[in-house]
Design a binder for this molecule. Structure first.
Ligand SMILES: Nc1ncnc2c1ncn2[C@@H]1O[C@H](COP(=O)(O)OP(=O)(O)OP(=O)(O)O)[C@@H](O)[C@H]1O
Ligand SMILES: Nc1ccn([C@@H]2O[C@H](COP(=O)(O)O)[C@@H](O)[C@H]2O)c(=O)n1
Length: 246
């Protein structure tokens, strides 16, 4: 069976009730690559520009992505939001995703990558901010193998843990994982699984680090300068052109 990664990476998780959730195929190994891939050769969405947006929980990824969407016309895809929407949709994977998010654990990559690729395909845009992804090496490898897209660059919001904790505890959006116990677990996963990804992209010369321990407007000044220099465009030019042509 053709699988998602060249070198096997064990997908390990313990669903609450694997039988009723029909999760045996994932538990025992990998889903077949055909579960994720299109029949078509390199469709339009696979020629898109992708920027991965990483940072600790509460570092302001979602806040800054919203600013970039407004000023530069990207489509913002939050992996966490897509997973939460999957729970709400009543999907067969919903209960398993919910229990993993409540524990601050990383959902099997096949699920997250499928949600991301579907959202890219449906959006009609050709430039994406992918927020909170890749969270670990498995996320990265499965995305590379399925989407066959390398990020243009990786934006990393750097912020001390005490500030992250303060922001999350004040967020008040009713998220089940915004409690001190789960926050500690999310920090651990971030250090153990996501920081190695940050180092990986740094070694490839793709990392763009921005200090996020400043007021939001100041952080966006740095983000805006970065996007202007990376894309070679002035603020909003591309976005405005798109609006005019509609
Ligand atoms: N620069 C900032 N200074 C102070 N508060 C901020 C700043 N940026 C964002 N916030 C606030 O911190 C909280 C977390 O921000 P946000 O949701 O954007 O972070 P995130 O990185 O997307 O979080 P998560 O990874 O948990 O989804 C929000 O309440 C937001 O309003
Ligand atoms: N690539 C990802 C992204 C997120 N998750 C799970 O969702 C939780 C919330 O993510 P946010 O980015 O919205 O903070 C996260 O703690 C993970 O449980 C994931 O599994 N894979």
């Amino acid at each position: 069976m053709e699988t998602l990664v060249d070198a096997p990476i064990k997908v390990s998780f313990s669903p609450v009730n694997p039988i009723s959730l029909s999760l045996q195929p994932i538990k025992s190994g990998f889903l077949p690559i055909s579960w994720l891939q299109d029949d078509h050769e390199s469709p339009r969405w696979q020629k898109s520009t992708v920027v991965f947006v990483l940072g600790g929980p509460g570092s302001g990824k979602g806040t800054q992505c919203a600013n970039v969407v407004e000023h530069f016309g990207y489509t913002h895809l939050s992996a966490g939001d897509l997973l939460r929407a999957e729970i709400s949709s009543g999907s067969e994977f919903g209960a398993m995703i919910q229990s993993m998010i409540a524990e601050g654990r990383i959902v099997p990559s096949e699920i997250t990558v499928k949600l991301l690729c579907e959202a890219m395909k449906e959006s009609g845009n050709d430039k994406f901010l992918i927020d909170g992804f890749p969270r670990n090496q498995e996320n990265r490898i499965v995305f590379e193998n399925v989407a066959k897209i390398e990020p243009a660059f990786v934006l990393f919001f750097d912020c001390p843990e005490e500030e992250l904790e303060r922001r999350i505890m004040n967020r008040n959006q009713g998220r089940e994982d915004d409690n001190i116990e789960t926050i500690k677990k999310r920090f651990k996963v971030f250090v153990e699984s996501t920081l190695p990804i940050v180092s990986y992209y740094e070694s490839k010369g793709k990392l763009r680090k921005i200090s996020a321990a400043k007021p939001s407007a100041e952080v966006f000044e740095a983000v805006k300068d970065l996007f202007a220099s990376e894309t070679g465009e002035g603020e909003a030019r591309d976005h405005l052109n798109k609006k005019i042509s509609v």
